[in-house]
Design a binder for this molecule. Structure first.
Ligand code: NAD
Length: 494
């Protein structure tokens, strides 16, 4: 096992390789007041770096820069914009180990997952480089002989991206890829817990030749002054947000005054349904990856695992055996599958959900308590709860931790009713070998993403997003670029 000295060396090499400043109009700069805030390693509590704390004046400067850069960037031929996106993707893959180590240091996820995220994040740039070249218009038949109607699709304008800490690179490129491809200029505000990955990506965009002002990056300890400034400024035409439903609702309210376009990727409460005719080992593997990836801190992770009664015990045994193999620890260590939770409030939520479930009759099959490891107190043992019920907190709220509640059900109608009985509608999963059931169940699940015999459905070419209170709009796929395009038509008398 690696010792602390090795960690210190990794930190020194990785953090020392960076220069953690704001990006405004092509300049890497400090905040006007010189204020900074610390970025901590959630596995060790160590302060990794201090980043500038941007407020109102820096936000205004970024808006000015993005607005000034807009005419030239949106007028650049699509293949020019695409070429830059492809260059950044290539640089990301070339520097994958550095970017992944940086991500593990500030976010905690295992290094293998961080590498996977860099590849996934780069795929959005490659995908949208292609989509930039396919921003087609239309010619529509007119109703009189002396008119022609042409439909154009043009960049919305200055776009703001607000991203969460759980996927520090992919949530950024899933927005930046389509925005830059469409011809928008951008201002990114990464989560305060994980700003380093965003800054490191910004360096690659500049290295690839992105013109000054097209991408601006602001790190803010308090998002409110930033948010007030962008909503008050008419030059900002679009806000794309990924984060909690609570903040998403706040942004909807704030956007009313300036009628700004919004895309929202919000929270989830994914049901994972295992029918009695499922391929059981495949269902177990799917449930483990869906539940425990990123220590259960993904918006699409299985939150409630419904298992048909006839196979409940068999599934619970196999699943528990698999989960027992997962090692918890510092994500930099080889063979670690589950890293720390992001912070203490995240651990407290996990504790609250487990104690509520136990008080209502659930039983612990595995885990159930903190993992006592060197470092912070946010490591949690992968936990399996049986005899869980749909009305327990662990099944009603997004746990965002490595806790798997197993709930028994009897028939399809009952489980569909329970699966849909939530305000959320992001991802749902089910495992079955019955083709008729595949269509019946998929069509009745009120979710934007359905994994059918698949625990890991996210890819750049598919339209990712939720229904109900899980969000508005789609990211990725052939429709992802529409979020950054306005439609205009020309009625032409000839
Ligand atoms: P969060 O809502 O607390 O923060 C997300 C971002 O919003 C951060 O950058 C934060 O600084 C910013 N923010 C917070 N308050 C703000 C305000 N008043 N104005 C402007 N910006 C503000 O969420 P989080 O804890 O960072 O992320 C976890 C949540 O994100 C979970 O609910 C998860 O399900 C969701 N999520 C959704 C998706 C998706 O694609 N649907 C993907 C990842 C995460």
């Amino acid at each position: 096992m690696q010792g602390v000295a090795d960690f210190d060396q990794i930190v020194a090499q990785t953090i020392g390789a960076g220069d953690w400043r704001l990006l405004i109009n092509g300049d890497w700069c400090e905040s006007a007041s010189g204020a900074t805030f610390p970025v901590e390693n959630p596995a060790t509590g160590q302060i990794l770096a201090h980043v500038p704390d941007a407020g109102t004046s820096e936000t205004t400067a970024a808006i000015e820069a993005a607005y000034a850069a807009l005419p030239a960037w949106s007028a650049m031929p699509a293949n020019g914009r695409a070429e830059i996106l492809r260059k950044v993707a290539a640089l990301m893959l070339e520097r994958r180990d550095y970017l992944a180590t940086l991500m593990t240091l500030e976010q905690g996820k295992p290094l293998s997952e961080a590498r996977g995220e860099i590849t996934y994040a780069a795929s959005f740039l490659t995908w949208f480089a292609g989509e930039a070249e396919r921003i087609y218009g239309q010619i529509v038949p007119a109703s009189v002989a002396n008119k022609r109607i042409l439909v154009l699709r043009q960049a919305v304008g200055v776009a703001v991206m607000i991203t969460p800490w759980n996927f520090p690179a992919a949530m950024l490129t899933r927005k930046l890829g389509p925005a830059l491809a469409a011809g928008c200029t951008a201002i990114c505000k990464p989560a305060e817990q994980t700003p380093l990955s965003a800054i490191a990506l910004g360096k690659l965009f500049m290295e690839a030749g992105l013109p000054d002002g097209v991408l601006n990056i602001l790190t803010c300890q308090d998002p409110v002054p930033f948010s007030e400034t962008i909503f008050a400024d008419d030059r900002v035409r679009k806000i794309s947000f990924t984060g909690s439903t609570e903040v998403g609702k706040l942004l909807i309210a704030k956007s009313a005054a300036g009628v700004k376009r919004l895309s929202l990727e919000l929270g989830g409460n994914a049901p994972f349904i295992v029918f009695e005719d499922a391929d059981l080992p495949a269902a177990v593997r799917g449930a483990v990856i869906s539940k425990f990836r990123n220590a259960g801190q993904t918006c699409v992770c299985a939150n409630r695992i419904f298992v048909q009664r006839a196979i409940y015990e068999q599934f619970a045994d196999l699943f528990t055996q698999e989960v027992r193999q997962l090692n918890v620890g510092n994500g930099l260590l080889p063979h670690v599958h589950v890293g720390p939770l992001i912070d203490l409030p995240a651990r407290q939520k996990v504790e609250r959900h487990i104690s509520d479930a136990l008080a209502q009759g659930a039983q612990i099959r595995l885990g159930g308590s903190a993992a006592e490891l060197v470092g912070t107190s946010t490591f949690w043992q992968p936990t399996v709860l049986s005899s869980a019920k749909a009305d327990m907190l662990v099944a009603r709220e997004e746990t965002f931790g490595p806790v798997a509640p197993l709930i028994a059900f009897d028939d399809e109608d009952e489980v569909l009713h329970a699966a849909n009985a939530t305000q959320y509608g992001l991802a749902a999963y089910f495992f079955t070998r019955d083709l008729s059931r595949v269509f019946r169940v998929a069509e009745r699940l009120e979710y934007g993403i359905i994994g059918v015999n698949d625990g890991l459905p996210s890819v750049a070419q598919a339209p990712f997003g939720g229904v109900k209170q899980s969000g508005l709009g789609r990211e990725g796929g052939s429709v992802g670029i529409d979020e950054y395009l306005e439609i205009k038509y020309l009625s032409l008398g000839i």
